[in-house]
Design a protein around this ligand. Structure first.
Ligand code: ZN
Ligand code: ZN
Length: 228
């Protein structure tokens, strides 16, 4: 249904999001391949609390004993009690059905995130609050890799690049400002959770086109930042 990311660096690793179907198998396998003990996971970072991102949150926390980091506004999504309004109610209905179907368990956010905060993982991950899809939706920016994990700001497949569908957005009027915030940040690479591979440059180009923004790397801006 989407990607979650395991970032590994020296002795420490962190997960971004936890997926919904099949991830426990893949996550366990990847830990084995990298010779990582479950307890070596330092943190679970959540872009937002929709079911396809928080689906295995409780399991991963139990398995690794890692703390959950997320924007506090996402706890209502994780708990399945977010008061969806209007067309957004369909999102709530779909999630309620999914929670039942997959035996979902809720989990508590241990560390509330705030915009601009730099987390001491993977050489430093900056929290970029990008509301719109949900109110507490956050991206995670690695200055070292000039890479933004952009959550559900958009989905990026070669046959279909699209903004999150209307029924899934809690505050769609805030999406353009969040897109503009990404443009100002000017990451060289973007990695959305719903995508067709890990070419972050291609995703950045698709994102800029989708939101009607100039491709910031195409015009030589931001020379101060290293672009490995
Ligand atoms: Zn979502
Ligand atoms: Zn999603």
């Amino acid at each position: 249904m989407g990607c979650c990311f395991l970032l590994h660096d020296g002795d420490a690793s962190v997960m971004i999001d936890t997926g919904l179907v099949g991830e426990p198998f893949f996550i366990r396998r990847r830990f084995r391949q990298l010779n990582l003990a479950p307890r070596s996971l330092a943190a679970i970072l959540l872009t937002h609390g929709h079911l396809d991102h928080a689906g295995n949150l409780a399991w991963l926390k139990r398995w690794t004993n890692a703390k959950i980091y997320a924007h506090p506004a996402e706890q209502a999504h994780v708990d399945g009690v977010y008061p969806y309004q209007g067309v957004n109610r369909w999102c709530g209905r779909l999630e309620a059905a999914g929670r039942k179907l997959f035996g979902y368990q809720t989990a508590k956010i241990d560390e509330p995130l705030a915009d601009g905060q730099v987390l001491p993982f993977w050489g430093g991950l900056q929290v970029i609050h990008l509301p719109g899809h949900t109110l507490g939706h956050c991206g995670f920016y690695s200055a070292r890799h000039n890479l933004l994990f952009s959550g559900d700001m958009f989905a990026s497949y070669f046959f279909n690049v699209h903004k999150p569908p209307a029924i899934l957005n809690s505050a769609p009027e805030q999406l353009p400002a969040s897109a503009e915030k990404i443009r100002r940040l000017q990451p060289r690479r973007l990695l959305p959770n719903h995508c067709d591979g890990f070419n972050g440059i291609r995703h950045r180009q698709r994102f800029a086109k989708l939101y009607g923004l100039p491709d910031w790397m195409g015009c030589g801006v931001n020379p101060a930042r290293p672009n490995p």
